[in-house]
Ligand binder design. Structure first.
Ligand code: SME
Length: 163
């Protein structure tokens, strides 16, 4: 049985180091991309304060993103190529972070409460296989340290999985 450890580190960098350690343990010996996405989103949603959504979209034929495992309210299933914050992260091939999604006209509102958003591409040997998406109801919730921490989480996830 998995037990979430209380995160005791003083700062965000410590917190993300602990999350990374827990994730390595959680994914060890398992290569299934769906099962690992489910556990990764659960770990993030349990460990990080002030989130209302944490989950995965996987890249499918024609550049469409299709909903994967997540925690939070039900979300839109398909995101057309290049659409929304998630699509922008795929097109730019880099993380996209908004303090307030209302600044981004193309934002797709799955939950009206979402304000801040961080989307990190899942990159396997230079090929994007999907994105990891975090939402928060608090403007400015994600900073550069969150981005670095979640990029590390995405790298651990990708390295553990077969696609
Ligand atoms: N806001 C995202 C859509 C996914 S939900 O936030 C879960 C976007 O604009 O791509």
């Amino acid at each position: 049985m998995f037990k979430a450890r209380t995160i005791t580190g003083a700062g965000k960098a410590d917190m993300y180091r602990e999350i990374a350690q827990q994730l390595e343990g959680l994914l060890a010996g398992e290569f299934d991309a769906i099962a690992n996405a489910a556990n990764t989103s659960a770990l993030l949603f349990q460990s990080l304060p002030d989130l209302n959504w944490a989950g995965f979209y996987f890249l499918r034929a024609g550049g469409e993103l299709v909903l994967g495992p997540f925690q939070g309210k039900p979300a839109c299933v398909r995101i057309a190529a290049g659409r929304g914050v998630c699509g922008a992260a795929v097109v730019r091939r880099q993380s996209v972070r908004f303090a307030d999604v209302n600044e981004f006209p193309g934002h797709i509102a799955c939950d009206a409460d979402s304000r801040a958003e961080l989307v990190v591409p899942l990159m396997r040997q230079g090929i994007i296989v999907g994105v990891l998406d975090l939402d928060s109801p608090h403007v400015g919730r994600f900073d550069a340290e969150d981005q670095a921490g979640i990029e590390h989480v995405a790298a651990i996830y990708v390295a553990a999985c077969e696609f």
